[in-house]
Write a protein that binds this ligand. Sequence first.
Ligand SMILES: [Zn+2]
Ligand SMILES: [Zn+2]
Length: 239
Amino acid sequence: MTVINKCKAFMLDVVFPNRCPFCGDFIMWDKHICSKCEETLQNANDMICRKCGKDKCVCGEDIQYDMAFASFFYNESSVSNAIHRFKETGEMNIAEYTANDIALHMKSENIAVPDIIIPVPMSRRKQRKRGHNQAELLVRCISKELDIPVRKDILFKYDTRDEQHQHSAEERQERVKTLFHAGNADLSGMTVMLCDDVMTTGATISECARLLKQLGAECVISAVCAVTRLEKTLSEEDV
Ligand SMILES: [Zn+2]
Ligand SMILES: [Zn+2]
């Protein structure tokens, strides 16, 4: 954080006290998560397959991206609630924590910094209604953290009436192919980072990666705040 941003965060904290996005407890103005949640929430980046991004490897399936990062598991209710608030209010703690966590993992795994970073696009109609695209907010944080230029002139989403989550997994897989389109750009030889708030089946990110590869991208890296677990956790089995 620059000095000006630090001052801003401190001043804001006086008026709107900083809270942990997962449990709501008050935290210091320069923290993104409370120490209790940081200890108890599993870090997905330590557990997922780096290629397919899932906790149970599905690399054999048709996946168009080459590498995937995620900081949290979406199945934990405190995480899905935090993501919901991030979508609705644009509250940045979860995005800032994720950006920092992904940067640390990339560094420790010696992964080169991508050439450009792109948000999974939202339709213009939806973005107007919501006021922001949460994928774009995560892009802003990672771009600052790793110093990568942002490109919003490459991928676009068509305006559609109904929502992806009203469909079954198979329907989503087919339908996703009609949701996005790419502009004219030459991405020859480039490594592109593609960001979204959540990866569920991975169909959306895979389709966007396919479009980027048609433009010449050599490597597409997915980066999300949270990924849906495939394996059931012990607590889920207990229920
Ligand atoms: Zn907490
Ligand atoms: Zn895998």
